[in-house]
Write a new protein. Structure first.
Length: 196
């Protein structure tokens, strides 16, 4: 279901029909997509506060675009793309701030369970190293609840390519999971499905 297919005629006065329509559409989009966008932002930023800020900024930008009468054919894909770009901007800015403040490792860890946080950080680093950028983006979008067609539209590829990227990512993650174990991961060819 598309929320928006036509442009709104912009008007300057607050409380105008364009403003009211933009507000209603933004509210409807928020109710429909906010939870999945928050999960996606949290997977990118690894921070609940940054994720909430990014989602809020995304919906503010959505409202502004609609308020100025710009048509958005696929709100879900548009929101995900704006959110992704904003999260990357936040992460880049945060990294630059950490560099400016000095060595962050000298600061004591204030999280309740630093060992768990370290394991998650190592796992994130291993996953990011194992997957290509496109595979990682595709994997995160799928984990965020988008379908193959929506991911394809967002990434500018066909749905079949999305399936291929996800299959490659799954294979690499399976190998990563079994790394260092005595028994290798089971091969699909070796699986016995009850046949001869």
């Amino acid at each position: 279901m598309k929320l928006l297919t036509t442009a709104i005629a912009p008007q300057d006065a607050s409380g105008s029909p364009a403003s009211e329509l933009a507000e209603r559409e933004t509210g409807a989009a928020y109710r429909q997509y906010a939870a999945e966008l928050l999960r996606y932002a949290a997977s990118l930023t690894r921070s609940g506060d940054l994720a909430r800020d990014a989602v809020q900024e995304t919906f503010l930008r959505y409202f502004i675009e609609r308020r100025y009468g710009r048509a958005i054919e696929n709100p879900r894909a548009w929101l995900h793309q704006v959110l992704r770009n904003h999260c990357f901007h936040l992460l880049k800015t945060a990294a630059m701030n950490r560099e400016a403040e000095g060595n962050i490792e000298d600061v004591a860890d204030q999280r309740p369970d630093p060992e768990r946080a370290l394991r998650h950080k190592e796992m994130d680093r291993d996953v990011a190293a194992a997957l290509t950028g496109r595979e990682l983006d595709c994997f995160r979008l799928r984990a965020g609840g988008l379908g193959y067609a929506e991911i394809g539209e967002f990434m500018g590829v066909r749905a079949g390519t999305v399936g291929t990227l996800l299959a490659r990512a799954q294979k690499k993650l399976r190998l990563l999971e079994f790394r260092g174990r005595a028994t290798p991961p089971p091969s699909p060819v070796a699986w016995n499905f009850g046949g001869a």
